[in-house]
Design a protein around this ligand. Structure first.
Ligand code: SAH
Length: 252
């Protein structure tokens, strides 16, 4: 694993970084660096934009503005797994938690899906994006996941690409060795498999939903053990097993 400098503050910036390129900080970013972290003019941090790796960047006052000047690249951009994370949205703090963990654990796309028993009708995408960025800044993530708008699960299943394996965390799956459940797919998927993980809502899946999910051309029904886990717990457990067995076997 690449050596990370976790001592230096890391900041996500939306403008593209490049050698000696100066980007103007937003008021919130400037406030965070200058007033919260109390970094002086000339201090350096690590900056990333999600596409051009990580850069050692210098804080420079430019009149009333604060800019960051990218001085040298500390890490090249690395792509994470081709992993969609589908989940029934939960309420506030649990959703914040689940979004952060999915980011840390390599999701490339966060896809809220609305199932029959989903209790949350609206999803605050800006809040989700802010949680994604916070997790990426804290954990050295370079490929920042995309947050998709919610969609009915029926639509997601209808449009399902045939080559993408869906790992279905099913609370009603017979208890079976999860590594064996996924291991059988290992040799059929190649070096950089197209993957997805699905975790349901607090009330679990309905029978018709379960049947439609299991009818997909590439689906692996995953039991996370004999106990029913809370959805945010299941998310972490499912992503950990999927990563260990399928997506993180060949780190970049
Ligand atoms: N009522 C609880 C648990 C609901 S189950 C709550 O408040 O969250 C929520 C989802 O977690 C399920 O739809 C399933 O995707 C996953 N899950 C929970 N326990 C599981 C298990 N033992 N095996 C597989 N998936 C599980």
């Amino acid at each position: 694993m690449a050596r990370h400098d976790f001592a230096a503050p890391r900041l996500y910036v939306s403008q593209p970084l490049g050698q000696d390129r100066e980007i103007e900080l937003t008021r919130d970013q400037a406030n965070y660096l200058v007033n919260v972290l109390r970094l002086a003019d000339g201090a350096t941090i690590l900056a990333f934009d999600g596409h051009s790796g990580e850069w050692r960047a210098r804080i420079l006052g430019r009149g009333r503005k604060i800019v960051l000047r990218a001085e040298h690249q500390t890490r090249p951009q690395e792509g994470g797994p081709d992993l969609d994370y589908l989940f029934a949205p939960l309420k506030h703090a649990r959703l914040d938690y689940m979004v952060g963990k999915a980011t840390e654990m390599g999701a490339a796309r966060l896809r809220p899906v609305l199932t029959r028993r989903t209790q949350v009708a609206r999803v605050n995408l800006d809040r989700m994006r802010a949680n994604v960025i916070e997790a990426a800044e804290q954990c050295g993530i370079l490929a920042v996941p995309v947050v998709e708008p919610p969609e009915p699960i029926e639509r997601a299943l209808r449009a399902w690409p045939p080559d993408r394996l869906l790992v279905f965390c099913d609370e009603e799956a017979p208890v079976h060795d999860p590594v064996a459940a996924l291991g059988g797919w290992r040799d059929r998927l190649g070096e950089r498999p197209s993957l997805a993980l699905l975790v349901g809502p607090e009330g679990g899946f309905e029978a018709e939903e379960r049947a439609a999910i299991l009818a997909l051309p590439r689906v692996a029904r995953l039991s996370l053990g004999p106990r029913v886990l809370r959805a945010d717990t299941a998310a972490v457990a499912g992503l950990a097993i999927l990563g260990a067995v399928l997506s993180d076997r060949h780190p970049p």
